[in-house]
Design a protein around this ligand. Structure first.
Ligand code: URA
Length: 430
């Protein structure tokens, strides 16, 4: 009996090559044994090729990622029958076709769930995330994240395997079986890096690592510059962050990809507050990493403020948007949504006890001052809050991105930098 040994659960190339050979050699589906790993006992190899419909190939490509031992044989049987001229795709009630469609659907849903729930933790030079998908969707998802954010090194770890993107190469390695907290994840990463270093010193390669994709296809999306942040370590802050991940205090949690909590060192003297995560923050899971974040970085540097020393967060922790075609258009949060999210900002303030809060824009000012604020009138003044902390209002960097006239934008940018310098001096004196 011909036995096909695939190299991994997602060995699409191996399955496709074997399928082509076996169909051409006339091997009946019932005669083939499909296994993963181990030593091959061999199967008849035939050269040549044949075509089946693109829809059937797409269906097989998705269904093969399902955690279902029968899938290799079922998909082979569908291709075998299609090659024999049977219109298998037109038979929705056919048991093999029903199973393949069900598996492909489950894989697509699982891939979407993974992209939605995967939360990244800044760790050294990269973002680190752990997730337990139901199916074997790591590979396809990692390729998708790498294409979308080519400049952002990341590692995604699942119980089956891990994927590591360094900006040019996607490698796959061993997985981590249990659900983990941030500390375990960090320890695992340190051990993983130490093993790689030891291997490279010894001149050996990391055994399980496999180079999959040397040159990712560049997409239209702008690249995000990697920024290294110290991790907020206060345990109460970590607990608040975890709880906020499950927040359903308003309806924004539904359409948003994830909660975007603040980040920065637990001993930061200045807490910067924005409005809400934007499109890119929503996907990456970190505040101010998109265009407004890049402008903020530039202004902070011009004002002599090191981003690594401040804590940055938002009044609202979920992205509010309106879908328009393929784009997601920012919509300002309502006063009710700002109030509902206030518990998380309160938690951040209580844990960090910063000397100064820099409130960027009207939503941040309303969240902290509890009233509508005319930003242009109140900017640049220090205000004492009820708990003794000081607040300072300035414009939001997105406002500067919207100023249409180049000269006016330059003038407004300089005024923003001046505000930030004033805030820095104020915090130094407190
Ligand atoms: N605008 C914000 O207010 N916050 C972000 O994190 C990004 C854009």
């Amino acid at each position: 009996m011909p036995e096909v040994v695939l190299t991994s659960e997602t060995d699409w190339t191996g399955w496709r090559t074997a399928t082509r050979s076996l169909v051409l050699a006339g091997v009946e589906p019932a005669a083939v044994v499909w296994t993963v790993g181990g030593s091959p006992s061999g199967f008849p190899r035939s050269s040549g090729s044949f075509a089946v419909s693109r829809s059937l190939v797409t269906l097989a490509e998705q269904a093969i990622q399902a955690r279902e031992p029968e899938r290799f044989g079922v998909l082979y049987s569908l291709v075998w029958r299609a090659h024999a001229g049977e219109p298998v795709l037109d038979h929705p009630d056919d048991p093999d076709m029903r199973l393949a469609r069900r598996l492909a659907l489950a894989v697509r849903a699982d891939a979407h769930r993974m992209r939605t729930h995967l939360r990244f933790l800044p760790m050294g030079d990269r973002l680190l995330g752990w997730y337990a998908p139901t199916h074997y969707v790591l590979e396809a998802n990692a390729q998708c994240i790498a294409r979308r954010f080519p400049a952002e090194p990341f590692s995604v770890i699942t119980p089956d395997a891990s994927a590591h993107w360094d900006g040019s190469t996607l490698r796959f390695g061993a997985g981590l079986a249990r659900a983990v907290d941030d500390d375990t994840l960090r320890a695992w990463w340190e051990a993983h890096e130490a093993a790689i270093l030891a291997d490279s010193r010894a001149g050996t390669s990391v055994p399980e690592a496999e180079v999959l994709d040397e040159a990712p296809r560049p997409l239209d999306e702008p690249a995000i510059d990697p920024v290294v942040f110290p991790i907020a370590v206060a345990p109460a802050l970590t607990a608040a962050r975890r709880e906020a991940e499950r927040c359903e205090r308003c309806s924004l949690c539904g359409p948003a990809t994830q909660t975007v909590f603040g980040e920065g060192p637990a001993n930061a003297a200045i807490l910067f507050v924005g409005e809400q995560p934007g499109d890119q923050e929503d996907i990456i899971g970190r505040p101010f990493v998109g265009p407004a974040g890049q402008l903020l970085d530039q202004a902070l540097e011009a004002a002599g403020i090191d981003r690594r020393g401040i804590y940055i967060t938002n009044a609202v922790k979920h992205f509010k948007y309106e879908p328009r075609g393929k784009r997601r258009i920012h919509v300002s949060p309502s006063p009710e949504e700002i109030a509902a999210c206030g518990v998380w900002l309160d938690a951040e303030r209580a844990c960090l006890r910063p000397k100064l809060l820099v409130l960027m824009g009207a939503s941040a000012a309303r969240a902290v001052l509890g009233r509508p604020v005319a930003v242009m009138r109140e900017r640049g003044q220090a205000m004492r809050l009820g708990d003794g902390q000081m607040a300072f209002v300035t414009v939001h960097p997105s406002y500067l991105l919207r100023v249409p006239d180049g000269e006016a934008r330059e003038r407004d940018y300089r005024a923003f930098v001046r505000d930030l310098s004033t805030a820095r001096d104020l915090a130094d004196r407190l």
